[in-house]
Design a protein around this ligand. Structure first.
Ligand code: NAI
Length: 377
């Protein structure tokens, strides 16, 4: 099968998520990097793209140059990844979709609900794929958890409890560090800090595993470091369409917690737990039965969990390979085999609606509010 052409915007040298995209996109040979505008500093971006093997004429200084240079080519990218800071996602994603490119956008997909709805509409109108990098949902054992819920192994889901709480912004004396400060600056981050940064991964995961959507929520936000304009800790209670009760805690000041993303799902006939720090294991307890550790790579897992595992049982498989699984699903989708697990623009929009609902709720002393985007009510 022919390799797909890939372009990248952002994710330059020294960026946090850039290497995971490059390792992920290239891991299985589905994609090759042919064009890039990798850095907000044009010269650094051009030089780095060339060091990564992009020819000089396709190593661009900024994304508008890349759009102009690539849109008319026969060998233009089959997919463009947007891995820039949040405030630029909408403009870049919309422009590339409108020019007929498939796009993988980093989360949060947009800053506002209106922008999210616009992206969903443009993707529908152009027929192009707009995916959002909810990469944790692509771990094999998360796909297994979703398949078990879909198969009814846990019965009706009563309760979901999830957290994405780390302590890496817990040092008040480091609050002015430029890599930390923008996340709590409304001009750069939008209306929400920690919830929009990490909480939406947990909220998406709850929807993804339960195969259900968040309908209402009540939020309590706190800036535990008082100089921060946006929250660094949030507790969000939510409800889903099929009646599931949800509890979500997200924090960046939980010193001692490293990555801190886990989820527990409790149904009528069983429960399970998955944690990103032990991604190859799903801890499953059937009602009245023994607790079992299900391992990535073992016999009897669902088709998705088998398809998205590369190395044999007991060998570790990490974060870039979860991103690689997003690229596998994208490659299949671009080649005409849609994969239901691939998070699309609708998921990005639902997150934005939840972020804005949480902000409104937190400002109204935790009042319950509708968390659905107007388009999906
Ligand atoms: P970063 O600040 O480490 O890197 C941003 C990169 O984008 C830099 O190379 C910068 O030069 C480049 N850039 C900035 N503006 C640009 C522009 N207009 N055109 C081209 N390049 C530009 O940021 P980080 O942490 O890598 O985050 C980037 C995005 O990825 C954010 O939206 C963030 O929320 C998301 N992210 C997602 C994760 C996930 O698990 N899915 C994990 C970490 C980040």
């Amino acid at each position: 099968m022919a390799q797909l052409n890939w372009g990248m915007i952002g994710g330059g040298e020294g960026s946090q998520i850039g290497p995971a995209h490059r390792l992920g996109a290239l891991a299985d040979g589905h994609f090759r990097l042919v064009a890039g505008a990798l850095d907000h500093r044009p010269e650094q971006g051009r030089a780095y793209a060339q060091r990564l093997g992009v020819v000089a004429s396709r190593a661009y200084g900024d994304w508008t140059e890349m759009l102009a240079g690539e849109r008319g080519r026969d060998d233009r990218p089959d997919l463009v990844t947007v891995a820039t800071p949040n405030s630029t996602h909408f403009e870049i994603t919309k422009a590339f979709l409108e020019a007929g490119f498939n796009v993988l956008c980093e989360k949060p997909m947009t800053l506002t609900v209106e922008e999210g709805e616009e992206i969903v509409r443009v993707a529908e109108k152009t027929g192009k794929i707009c995916a959002v990098n909810y990469c944790y949902s692509a771990y094999p054992m998360v796909r297994q958890a979703r398949a078990m819920v879909q198969a009814g192994d846990l019965g009706r889901i009563r309760l979901v409890v999830t957290s994405f709480s780390h302590g890496h912004h817990g040092d008040a004396t480091d609050a002015d560090n430029p890599r930390v400060r923008w996340r709590y600056d409304p001009a750069m981050a939008g209306v929400s800090g920690q919830f929009a940064d990490c909480g939406i991964h947990a909220l998406h995961m709850a929807s993804f595993i339960c195969n259900d959507e968040v309908t209402t929520l009540s939020a309590d936000f706190a800036s535990t470091i008082p100089s921060r304009q946006l929250e660094d800790d949030a507790m969000v209670n939510f409800r889903m369409g099929k009646g599931t009760v949800g509890r979500l805690w997200t924090s960046s000041v939980a010193i001692g917690r490293q990555h801190g993303f886990d989820i527990q799902v409790f149904g009528e006939t069983g429960g399970f737990r998955w944690a990103s720090e032990q991604p190859n294991q799903l801890i499953y307890t059937p009602l009245g039965g023994r607790t079992q550790i299900m391992e990535k790579g073992e016999a009897g897992l669902c088709e998705d969990a088998r398809r998205l595992s590369r190395v044999a049982i007991a060998h570790p498989e990490g974060f870039p390979l979860a991103v690689a699984n997003i690229y596998c699903d994208l490659a299949d989708a671009i080649r005409g085999e849609p994969r239901p697990g691939l998070p699309r623009a609708a998921a990005g929009l639902r997150s934005m609606a939840a972020v804005h609902a949480a902000v409104a709720s937190a400002r109204a002393a935790g009042q319950w509010v509708d968390a659905r985007p107007p388009m999906f009510r």
